[in-house]
Design a protein around this ligand. Structure first.
Ligand SMILES: Nc1ncnc2c1ncn2[C@@H]1O[C@H](COP(=O)(O)OP(=O)(O)O)[C@@H](O)[C@H]1O
Ligand SMILES: O=P(O)(O)OC[C@H]1O[C@H](OP(=O)(O)OP(=O)(O)O)[C@H](O)[C@@H]1O
Length: 172
């Protein structure tokens, strides 16, 4: 199993590129996260859980990785990391050190786009309020863990070009 931690600022296109890569190569597995967000919010396929459910599952040891961001909790169940498959995971830049400690062979893919483009995409996506979008944009320049090699992918043209770049990185 190769585990790819796909990170980048909110609105950069992580979900879009991940879903395009999965559609192009069904052998890949996109790990489904548990998030304390209602499923009706849409976006990536995830499991919407209450804060109480999240805490219980965390205490039970259900999660291989977990972190908090944007006032939400995110967990990656062990069952979402099937052996023998290449796994794509929508990760957090702030959780890279933790993820590397748990999975030393982790590959980090950093998706980038200019900040004004992020703002436009977040407004277009319409999942967050204006205040939430502003808070997400403040995190746009969050630094990555310094000491690890990172595969950089610019998603600054079409989604199709971004997906093609991601697939190329996965096949390298
Ligand atoms: N290359 C692109 N060009 C134009 N719009 C894009 C591109 N990539 C993603 N988008 C759009 O930008 C918005 C944010 O993308 P999303 O995949 O949800 O980002 P993230 O998961 O990183 O927050 C979505 O509405 C998506 O359709
Ligand atoms: O530490 P950061 O790199 O800033 O990431 C913080 C969180 O933001 C993203 O979540 P989510 O998918 O809810 O938001 P997004 O789609 O707007 O990126 C990402 O997957 C992390 O869980």
């Amino acid at each position: 199993m190769r585990l790819f931690f796909v990170v980048g600022p909110s609105g950069v296109g992580k979900d879009t590129l991940l879903s395009g890569a999965i559609a192009a190569d069904p052998a890949l597995h996109w790990a489904r996260r548990a998030i304390t967000r209602p499923e009706s919010a849409g976006g990536e396929p995830f499991e919407g859980v209450t804060e109480a459910e999240f805490s219980n599952r965390l205490a039970r040891g259900d999660f291989a990785l977990h972190w908090d961001a944007h006032g939400l909790s995110y967990g990656v169940p062990h069952t979402e990391l099937p052996l023998g498959r290449d796994v794509l995971l929508n990760g957090s830049r702030a959780a890279i050190a933790q993820a590397l400690a748990a999975f030393p062979g982790l590959r980090i893919i950093h998706i980038t786009a200019p900040v004004p483009v992020l703002a436009e995409r977040l407004l277009g996506r319409g999942r967050e309020s204006r205040d939430q979008i502003e808070a997400r944009l403040i995190r746009a320049d969050q630094p990555l863990h310094a000491a690890v090699p990172v595969i950089e992918i610019a998603n600054d043209t079409t989604p199709e070009a971004g997906v093609a770049r991601l697939l190329q990185a996965l096949r390298a």
